[in-house]
Design a protein. Structure first.
Length: 307
């Protein structure tokens, strides 16, 4: 018979150093848990001391004082606000022929136009600045809005690299810029401003945007009509560029409820234009053209609206 098989169950001893590795792992886990507990305790503890920095910002600047109104003391008459461009530390363009500065030319021209308009007895006139002072662009049309002006004319004298460039032009607000500016105005004023007698605070944002858009579109239409009228009436007294009526996104034209134009009266960089703009006779001729355009403009408005 064969020999019986004997099954031997052998259990191997743990390798050398295994118990020390397990002990090291336990200690590492313990240290990690302790670190987490300490970190959580540190985050839960409020800071013992707070620091603050105070910076004086001063008092808000008061609004620019409103200018005096020249002409008849009759609030029913239309108000024209003339805006001599530049001023103060901003001289604008300087003529290479005479050294005349735009800020001085536009102020003298604004005074001449004011006198012509007042002499008619049919309109009232105000100047955004009557001396050599600086106004930011928003303050210029802001004055016209605060005074509830019926027409705003910003006066400038251009300059170009080519001294051959000459002639006047009339700018009105570009259509592409009006919608964005209307939206920004609605947001900035927080719907509390009154546009053409409509209190925007009484309406939702969507309605306010529509009202502002409609108001500004009407304003732009009126401004464009006056620009074409100014070109027609002043052409006999002064030179205009081939394309006289132009569109641009000038800041001073962005009042949503005041018809506004920017009148570039000529180029100080052109010798003939510079002489014309700096002469008393040139100013009188420009003023006559503006006077005729303004009178016809308001006569048409009264006939169309009854006011």
């Amino acid at each position: 018979m064969g020999l019986p098989f004997v099954l031997l169950l052998m259990i191997a001893d743990p390798p050398l150093g295994a118990d020390r590795g397990a002990q090291s792992l336990d200690r590492a886990v313990g240290r990690s848990a302790a670190t987490v507990r300490q970190s959580a305790a540190w985050r839960a503890k409020p800071p013992g001391r707070r620091y603050s920095v105070t910076v004086p910002i001063g008092k808000p600047e008061p609004a620019v004082p409103l200018p005096a109104i020249a002409g008849p003391a009759d609030a029913r008459l239309p108000l024209v606000v003339l805006d001599p461009g530049h001023g103060g530390h901003d001289p604008g363009a300087t003529s290479p022929h005479s050294g005349k500065r735009e800020k001085d030319v536009t102020l003298a021209l604004a005074r001449a136009i004011r006198d012509e308009l007042v002499a008619t007895g049919r309109v009232r006139v105000a100047l955004t600045r009557s001396d050599d002072r600086f106004l930011v662009l928003e303050e210029r049309y802001g004055i016209a809005r605060r005074m509830k002006a019926d027409l705003f004319i910003s006066l400038h004298a251009d300059a170009a690299e080519s001294q051959e460039a000459h002639g006047a032009s009339v700018y009105t607000l570009a259509e592409v810029a009006s919608d964005r500016e209307a939206a920004r105005l609605a947001s900035r004023e927080n719907r509390s401003n009154i546009i053409n007698g409509v209190d925007l605070s009484a309406h939702g944002s969507a309605v306010s945007s529509i009202l502002l858009d409609l108001t500004q579109r009407e304003t732009m239409t009126v401004a464009s009509e006056f620009a074409r009228l100014l070109h027609r009436e002043a052409s006999d007294d002064m030179r205009f560029r081939t394309t006289a009526h132009r569109f641009a996104s000038f800041v001073v034209l962005k009042a949503p409820d005041t018809p506004s134009v920017l009148f570039e009266t000529g180029f100080l960089s052109n010798e003939d234009d510079a002489k014309f703009l700096s002469s008393a006779e040139g100013r009188r001729q420009i003023a006559r053209g503006v006077r005729e355009a303004v009178q016809i403009h308001f006569a048409k408005r009264i006939a169309a609206t009854g006011r």
